[in-house]
Design a protein around this ligand. Structure first.
Ligand SMILES: Nc1ncnc2c1ncn2[C@@H]1O[C@H](COP(=O)(O)OP(=O)(O)OP(=O)(O)O)[C@@H](O)[C@H]1O
Length: 311
């Protein structure tokens, strides 16, 4: 069963903004990146899935339950992008009140609270008042609240926006840990490099529309490039399936090439070819494009196809 499923889900504000016609299915045990620039509709989508906004049209399900129902919310944890907690409470008191709301049995509460405090790296600081917390500490306590009831699905809306590099790394580790526990983590982010090393699957949205979705690795390989160091200093030894190539550097007795391929699957073909030509290969390094480049590639492709459709 899909953990999250939407069919043409649309939520607009008086016919404007929001998200339009989003269809996706997300399985269990993955980190799913929902990517898009500011104002592209990420928060609207999550808030609609959580039943905080009423869809304009379409439908959605969480663990098979229609969105907006109590059952669909029971297995969900949520860290909103902008959140404010009663700041006169201590971190521990906040978690206590959340535990009560989540109906965690009294006997298990303290143990569970200790566990989540440790998971978010707040051990020893939980007795401080929230009013004295830094932004990063508040975000960590927010994360602790989101995972307190051990939910199957966790929605994190820009979870690292207030964190320093160490805090970001901790949150990345936490997401990896949750995935290993079989949880589904739905991550909203406009910080493209943040999700690069983390998300198994992504979708890219732009102006409320889904541009593309799929396994991160496949979407990333929009432009397969590989750097190869061969023996010899002259001649271009590459076969016809190589779309373009150029010399990066000539070293003593060796050549470093940057080769453009149609797809990642051409990389072994190059090696077979060079070996059949008895050309010694010293180094092969696939060049991984940056998420920003991948993002712009898909946005531009969508714009081009819209242009063709409109003509
Ligand atoms: N309550 C609202 N009333 C009217 N328009 C809204 C409302 N909330 C969002 N919008 C519009 O819907 C679009 C999507 O906004 P949303 O906040 O969902 O985007 P986002 O991708 O989460 O942005 P950000 O990364 O800045 O948080 C924007 O054009 C925004 O102006």
């Amino acid at each position: 069963m899909n953990v999250i499923q939407t069919n043409s889900l649309t939520k607009t504000y008086d016919g404007k903004g929001g998200i339009s016609d989003v269809t996706l299915s997300i399985g269990e045990g993955i980190v799913y990146g929902f990517l898009g620039p500011n104002g592209s509709g990420k928060s609207t989508f999550v808030r609609t899935l959580l039943g905080l906004l009423q869809p304009t049209s379409g439908e959605g399900f969480i663990l098979g339950e229609p969105i907006g129902t109590t059952k669909s919310r029971e297995q969900v944890g949520y860290l909103p992008e902008l959140f404010r907690y009663p700041d006169w409470l201590t971190g521990k008191q906040l978690l206590d009140s959340h535990a009560e709301l989540c109906k965690i049995p009294v006997r298990q509460r303290n143990k569970r609270i200790e566990e989540v405090i440790e998971l978010v790296g707040m051990t020893g600081k939980e007795r401080g008042r929230i009013s004295g917390f830094s932004k990063g500490m508040s975000q960590r306590i927010g994360l602790a609240c989101a995972i307190l009831n051990d939910p199957k699905v966790i929605f994190l809306d820009e979870p690292t926006s207030a964190l320093d590099p160490i805090g970001r790394k901790d949150v990345r580790n936490l997401m990896g840990y949750l995935r290993d526990q079989g949880k589904t983590v739905f991550l909203n982010s406009h910080l493209l490099h943040e999700v690069e090393s983390l998300c198994d699957q992504v979708s890219i949205i732009h102006e409320g529309e889904m541009i593309v979705q799929g396994p991160w690795r496949e979407l990333m390989m929009t432009e397969a490039q590989v750097e190869v160091v061969t023996a010899g200093s002259i001649g271009a030894p590459f076969p016809s399936f190589v779309t373009s190539y150029h010399t990066v550097k000539a070293e003593e007795g060796r050549m470093r090439w940057l080769i453009q391929l149609e797809s990642e699957s051409d990389i072994p073909k190059i090696l077979h070819y060079l070996s059949s030509q008895k050309i010694d290969v010293f180094e092969v390094k696939p060049i991984i494009p940056h998420l920003e480049d991948v993002f712009m590639h898909w946005v531009n492709q969508k714009k081009e196809s819209a242009y063709v459709d409109n003509r």
